[in-house]
Structures are given as C-alpha cells and as structure tokens.
Ligand binder design. Sequence first.
Ligand code: FE2
Length: 201
Amino acid sequence: MKHNLPKETHITGHQTETQKYGTVANRPLSLDHKVRLASVEGLNQLLADTMTLRDMYKKHHWQVSGPTFYQLHLLYDKHYGEQAELVDALAERIQTLGGVAIAMAHDVAETARIARPPRGREDVTMQLFRLMQAHELIIGATREAARGAAAGGDDGTNDLLVSDVLRVNELQVWFISEQLAGAGIADKEEEAARSAAKAHA
Ligand SMILES: [Fe+2]
C-alpha cells in the first residue's frame, strides 16, 4: 500500500498543518469563541513555563551535589513528576477548549519567560533560588489567568488553574524555601547589599 506522505524527510513550513497554533476550533461547550481564545492563550503561556520548570527540576536532579545530594536528588525528581502531570493537564485543557497546545522544545524555548540557567552545574543555593523564581513567576501568572477565566465564565479552566496548578506550585515552594533556610535568598540579598555598600565606601 502506498503512503501519501510528503517525500522530504525534513518538512518545513506550515503546509502540513490542519490547525494553526493560536486558533481555536469550535466546541459545543457553551463558551464564547473569544473566551476560549483568551483561556488558550493564557494556558499556553503557563504550559511553556511549566515545561521549562519541569525540565529545570530534572537538570537539578542530575547535577545536584554536596551533603544534601541524596535528599535533593529525590525531592527534585518528585517535583519533576508533579510538574509533568501539570504539563499534561494544561495541554489537554487547551485541546479541550479547541486550541493547539505548544509542545516542542524549540517552540517552548521561544515562549517561556523563566530565566535561562547555564548548561553547566551550579551550587545548591543557586539551584533552589532559580526554582523559587520560576515558581513565583508561574504562581503570579496562574492567579491572573484564573481570574480571567472566571470572569469570562470558563469555570473548568479556573478550577484546573486554582485546584491543580496553583496548589501544587505553592506546596512545592514550601519544600524548596524550607531547604533554603539559613542559606537562602535573604542571605544572598544581604550579601549583595553588603558588597555593594563596600564598593561605595
Ligand atoms: Fe533519576
């Protein structure tokens, strides 16, 4: 049997797309096209940032070192798994609303707003600091998207954002910030302030 696939092994352009990214197909959900479009846009941003945070957890899981290696190696992987579940829930909500979920690494890299860590290893404090920053960005954007969804009547999206995305991120922040106690962000900020004051003296 002959396949009808294009001959090129590397297909570029958009000639093969059946639905463009950023559009929403009709669904009998009793939700306005505009509302679904706005929800999908917010969800795709959160999806890209959540995929980035998920991958940052795996990076840290592999690269962590020091006296807390074992417990952080395990904690990072637990959070990775929970973020991976959120990724799937966000993507499937987008498809449910008739949208197109962002998926591939290059598209995610172009869309995510989380600060890009270096390829190399960093110490535990820096790892934890980056995670806190990423969580805070996602938490802020989640609350904003949840309010927008509720205002438009998209209760399903609001529920997913509040009950799953927000709660999981808040809980993970607790675990990460307790790890930072004694050698955390406050200390790093104090240190920076001290060396800035020294430079001015
Ligand atoms: Fe592993």
